[in-house]
Every structure is written in C-alpha cells, then in structure tokens.
Design a protein around this ligand. Structure first.
Ligand code: ADP
Ligand code: MG
Length: 337
C-alpha cells in the first residue's frame, strides 16, 4: 500500500519545484501577504516555506496530510466556481509519502503555535507539540524522495532544481504582485528573488525578470463576450490582461507566463502561435516576453484534468488562442510605428 501511495505521490510531486508550487498556492490560499522560501541543495535536502497566512487550527492538524483532506471544497457544486488554488487535498499527503514533512503553524489570537511531523499520510505519534511561533505557517520538506531511489536519482543537479524553483516563484511574484516574496539558499544572506509589499506587476517584472524586460513591455488587454462573468457555453467569454514585449530585449528564450483563472499553466499551442506572430512582425531572432492573466467563466474551465493541475482544459481554446494572437499582432504593429 505504501509503495502504491509513493508512486501516486510521484505523479503530483515530481521535483522540488512542483512541491514548492503546491505549497506556494496553499500560502496564497491562506491569504499570506509575506512569503519566504529557503532551499538547501536545490530544494532536494530542504525546501521550506514560511507565510503569514491564517494558519491551521490545532484540530485540523491531525488529518492535514490524509489524502483528499481539504478545507477548500464544501460541496460538489463548488467545483464549478473554485476560487482557491487547491481543492484536491493531495499535495501535503503526497509530500508526506516521499519526504519528511514538518508543519509549524499558529492561528491569529493564539498564545502559542503547534508543530507536527507527518509520514505516509499520518501525523506522527506525540504530535502536535506546542511551540513558539509567528502567526502563519512554516512548512519544511526534507530529503525529497529519500524512499524512492529511482526518483531521487532522476532529479537534476542542485542548480537546475533551484532555477526551476525560482522560475515558479517568478511567475507567482508577478501574478500576485503586492504579496512580498523572497527565495534564497540556506546560509546565504542575499535573496535570489525578492519582491516588495505593495509592488505593482510591472515593478515585479523588473524585480524578477530584469529591467531589460520591463523597459520593453507594454500593457495588454482583451475582452470577448461577457468576459469572466460568462454566458452561454457555446461561445468564448474571456478577459485577458498583462504585459507583452514589443521590442527585442535580447532574451534567450520565449517567456510566456500564463495564468488561467488563477493557476499557473502551460499552453503549448498558444505559445507556438505567439512565437509565430512575433517572428512575423518583429526581427526573427527576437524572443518575446508575455505575462498573460486569462479569466474565463468558472464553468468553462475543467481544473480537474490532471493531478499536477499544470494543464488546464477549457472550452473554446482555439478561439481564445486566435483572439489573443490577433490582439498581440495589432499591438506589435502599432508599436512598430
Ligand atoms: P488543498 O490545497 O487541495 O486543499 P493541500 O494538500 O495542498 O490540499 O493542503 C491541505 C490543507 O492544508 C488545505 O486545504 C489547508 O486547509 C491546509 N493548509 C496547507 N497549507 C497551508 C498554509 N500554508 N496555510 C494554511 N493552511 C494550509
Ligand atoms: Mg494545496
């Protein structure tokens, strides 16, 4: 049974960056405005995230890492209008099967916090223990895949894994501008990614992608149908906003930072279409940067498709791609004079 669970866990958590994404989403769901990530050996030895969110109540700690335990879904109908990023109750459970998981948390108004460790979906004996804490939650994931040697061996070197963590953080830092985030290697004084409270998205594009990018982007906006408020399922309703580069900033690869209904997702067909547009309008070697937040009616999105939630299925994908592509091309042509 434990082996089966470990394999299932590996579907949700493939590497430190995927564990981080789940934990970051949990912190944001908890209303955190300040998030600090610390890594050792690219997050393989230690991946730690501290937030100042609402914390976890003592009575919820014992079942925290049980599969399908979630505080975010009350009724099946909720699936249609999920506002929070999590809802499956699989992330912490999965992590507890393939790593040492420690949770330290304190809710508002408590005089002390609680600490608990988990293994194979179960809180360990003697937990939770009272402890001094700050309001919010501190989660430590140690020795990822210690009990799945093949998985552990398949991970990349510390630098590569760490860069993937930074990439996840960079995306959320722009999307959730205003929340301050930082990420550093344990023992280093300096953060490798750092954003300020109250910053704008453009501020954070500069802070995490660099001034060369932020100087070459312009705001982008698009709406179709009745927007995210929605309407009949037989046509596209959407709102898109973001920033797109309109000149060569000398990037080495296409950067498409895409959020659909609050989730960081990949959409290869959209990426290809946009690359083609840039190649057609701007000098061929130029690599685009695009940050796009897409909002669709909740009922038009199937968030339940894949355990990693990386791929989101939605209605009228081709129409959306076409609409975005056309609007981006117009913007590029306009800015070329
Ligand atoms: P999900 O996010 O799908 O509900 P998770 O396994 O990611 O499932 O988390 C399980 C539960 O643990 C969440 O529903 C939430 O109640 C709680 N939780 C996890 N991380 C935090 C956090 N940083 N702050 C507050 N609560 C948290
Ligand atoms: Mg979650």
């Amino acid at each position: 049974k434990a082996v089966v669970n470990r394999i299932a866990a590996g579907e949700v958590i493939q590497r430190p960056a995927s564990a981080l994404k789940e934990m970051l989403e949990n912190s944001l769901d908890a209303g955190a405005t300040h998030i600090v990530v610390t890594c050792k050996v690219g997050g393989k030895a230690l991946l730690q995230i501290q937030d100042n969110g609402h914390g976890i109540r003592r009575e919820d700690l014992s079942i925290l890492a049980e599969r399908h335990t979630t505080s975010k879904l009350r009724a099946f109908e909720d699936l249609e209008g999920i506002a929070t990023l999590g809802f499956r109750g699989e992330a912490l459970a999965s992590i507890s099967y393939v790593a040492h998981l420690t949770v330290t948390t304190m809710t508002a108004g408590s005089v002390h916090g609680w600490r608990a460790t988990y293994r194979d979906g179960v809180m360990e004996a003697g937990c939770p223990k009272p402890t001094a804490a700050n309001q919010g939650t501190l989660i430590s994931v140690e020795d990822l895949f210690w009990n799945v040697p093949l998985r552990k061996k398949a991970l990349k070197g510390a630098t590569e894994e760490y860069n993937q963590i930074l990439d996840v953080m960079a995306r959320y830092a722009v999307y959730k501008a205003g929340v301050s985030m930082s990420c550093k290697r344990q023992g280093e004084a300096r953060s490798d990614l750092h954003t300020l409270p109250g910053a704008s998205r453009l501020d954070n594009i500069r802070a995490v992608f660099g001034a060369a990018v932020s100087k070459h982007v312009v705001p982008f906006e698009l709406a179709r149908g009745s927007g995210a408020a929605g309407g009949a399922a037989d046509e596209l309703h959407c709102e898109v906003e973001g920033y797109i580069s309109t000149a060569d900033y000398e990037g080495k690869k296409t950067q498409l930072v895409l959020f659909i209904n609050g989730r960081s997702v990949e959409c290869t067909p959209l990426k290809r279409a946009l690359e083609a547009s840039y190649a057609a309008v701007l000098p061929k070697a130029c690599k685009p940067f695009l940050f796009l937040e897409v909002r669709l009616p909740g009922s038009h999105v199937d968030v339940n498709m894949h355990p990693t939630k990386k791929e989101v299925g939605f209605l009228h994908q081709e129409d959306l791609i076409e609409a975005v592509r056309t609007a981006v091309e117009e913007k590029l042509l306009a800015s070329c004079g």
